[in-house]
Design a protein around this ligand. Structure first.
Ligand code: CDP
Length: 204
């Protein structure tokens, strides 16, 4: 039986951490859809044409640590405004979402566009400062040199682009459960997400 958990939210909100933990808890497969856009963005930085790069994407392209840099994140959000790029990535995401055995997808438009029929939808957010602080620490731990101010500017610029694009803009689905993680630790955020999904799995 398919059971889709859609987890959307702005840049560096902790969707990745929450999604992995939720997927492990329920024994579901997990897809970080941001990696698809990052992989296309990385190819464009290497000189490819965005729509052709999206059509030619391979699973192996997603397994690349270099996709986590702020430069690739910006390139991802630039290619993500192109409707033909988004269209090229839809079928793969929909098939993943409806696979037997359950799936967790995290991104920007999972509950609104990719899988509006998802059984559980979460919108994970936090203040821009908290998100930038978390991303800054993550990048620093990987040895990527940057400053908090640079990371904050990067996160804010990406949110603006993601929220204001015409195609599949970042916004909560009408029936999404909102989880603000500004004042939550990882365990608390994960517990809040699991409890929101449990409510949908076993409605009272
Ligand atoms: O990890 P972080 O939240 O910083 O970003 P990400 O989820 O890896 O997404 C990178 C960029 O891809 C976003 O800023 C969006 O522009 C784009 N994206 C999208 O448009 N739709 C998705 N479902 C996922 C990502």
């Amino acid at each position: 039986m398919p059971f889709t958990i859609a987890i959307d939210g702005p840049a560096a909100a902790g969707k990745g951490t929450v999604s992995k933990a939720v997927a492990a808890h329920f024994g579901f497969a997990h897809l970080d859809t941001g990696l698809l856009y990052r992989a296309v963005g990385a190819k464009v930085l290497d000189g490819a044409e965005p729509v052709a790069a999206a059509h030619a994407l391979l699973a192996a392209d997603l397994e690349n640590d270099a996709l986590r840099t702020p430069e690739v994140a910006q390139a991802a959000s630039k290619v993500a405004v192109i409707p033909e790029v988004r269209a090229a990535l839809v079928d793969f995401q929909r098939a993943f979402a409806r696979r037997a055995g359950g799936a967790v997808l995290d991104g920007r438009d999972i509950g609104t566009v990719i899988c509006p029929e998802a059984e559980a939808k979460l919108f994970v957010t936090a203040s821009a400062e908290v998100r930038a602080e978390r991303r800054y620490k993550e990048l620093a731990s990987k040895g990527i040199e940057t400053s908090f101010q640079e990371v904050l500017a990067e996160v804010v610029a990406r949110d603006e682009r993601d929220m204001n694009r015409a195609e599949a803009p970042l916004k909560p689905a009408a029936d999404a459960v909102m989880i603000d993680t500004s004042d939550l630790g990882i365990d608390e955020a994960v517990a809040a997400a699991i409890s929101a999904v449990e409510t949908k799995r076993n409605p009272a």
